[in-house]
Design a protein around this ligand. Sequence first.
Ligand SMILES: *Cc1c(COP(=O)(O)O)cnc(C)c1O
Length: 437
Amino acid sequence: MTQATQTKINPNNLTCSPLAGLKCKECGAEYEAKAIHVCELCFGPLEVKYNYDVIKSRVTRETIQAGPNSIWRYRDFLPVTSEEPIDVGTGMTPLIKSTRLARRLGLKNLYIKNDAVNMPTLSFKDRVVSVALTRAKELGFTTVSCASTGNLANSTAAIAAHAGLDCCVFIPSDLEAGKVLGTLIYNPTVMAVKGNYDQVNRLCCEVANTHGWGFVNINLRPYYSEGSKTLGFEVAEQLGWKLPDHIVAPLASGSLYTKIYKGFQEFVKVGLVEDKAVKFSGAQAEGCSPIAQAFAENRDFITPVKPNTIAKSIAIGNPADGIYAVELAQKTGGHIAAVTDAEIIAGIKLLAETEGIFTETAGGTTIAVLQKLVAEGKIDPEEITVVYITGNGLKTQEAVQGYIGEPFTIEAKLDSFERAYERAQTLDRLDWEPVLV
Ligand SMILES: *Cc1c(COP(=O)(O)O)cnc(C)c1O
């Protein structure tokens, strides 16, 4: 193991820390808060356990509001012990009350949580990585890594650079150019693996065992996944300390989706918001929809698939938290649906044209599923509905290439402009609707 023998903070000195250890989600066995993620007894996933009495005694709406304008205002709910977590301004992204998209869909109370402008790398992954790398430092890791569908590599490389950690990331070799460049710029070691994400992930599990690195979504996964709770905390705070009626979020491994729920529950548990039934709906791309399929067939197991979709950032064929996501949709009365690549492109364009938000394929998937659920009567127009936009469109430009307009190239002369403008008025904007074969 390359774990440093000396760290400034003793990660096991949890006296008075809300962080109480790890617990198996299946059999309940308890462990110290170390870099482990699988139960030794039943192989179930480990989850962070907190002392909620300690949190309750420390935290009020006022103490949170007086905290930093980042995810770290919720520090007592996050699995770290440092006085100074890695704060690169992650979180507190806008929650926007939608008017034009809402009207288009026939909804009265639609809100958009816009993580397309998260810091530092424009996706929700900055949340999970800020938490995972803070914990990695506490545990003494000097090299960090991840198995990524794109955004995670961006976040890990950027935040590792900021924190002065060595970084080696693994991605499938067919990722969008923006995701690759947006990793390389931070100068980590990048392994582009000939294979899909699930193959990348399998390789990384072996490397994690042999190299002793901190893999944010493997051996640090219990800490990493807690970062997604902040998507629940922020929405509750931004709605004026209230829970919504319905949320719609994208699903890759299913982690983000289930952790929004955990975030809401924790706020209820410590008395920050009133309890309320929230419906959890989820979005997948048809070309990689193992969770939506399990939901549709009412199964209690996931059948892995081989991904084939433009929504690469959420293309996980064998999702680790898939079954927990199905259970959550079932028990809250939500729905998990899938949409085609053409619908995803239309979803990206719809959000851009109605709200001025340019999202990536994952966001297009979520908007298209929102539209579908409304059309099927599965979202009531009166419900306070929050749709989670988790990534930025500038990173997946390939997806919309050929499905948007083109500039008019003109001479630097007034009559050239006038002629072009006249032509522009006659163009039917619907010409640009995506037609995929
Ligand atoms: C990773 C990712 C998700 C979903 O991640 P989970 O594995 O389900 O937590 C959603 N949107 C974007 C843009 C992502 O990069």
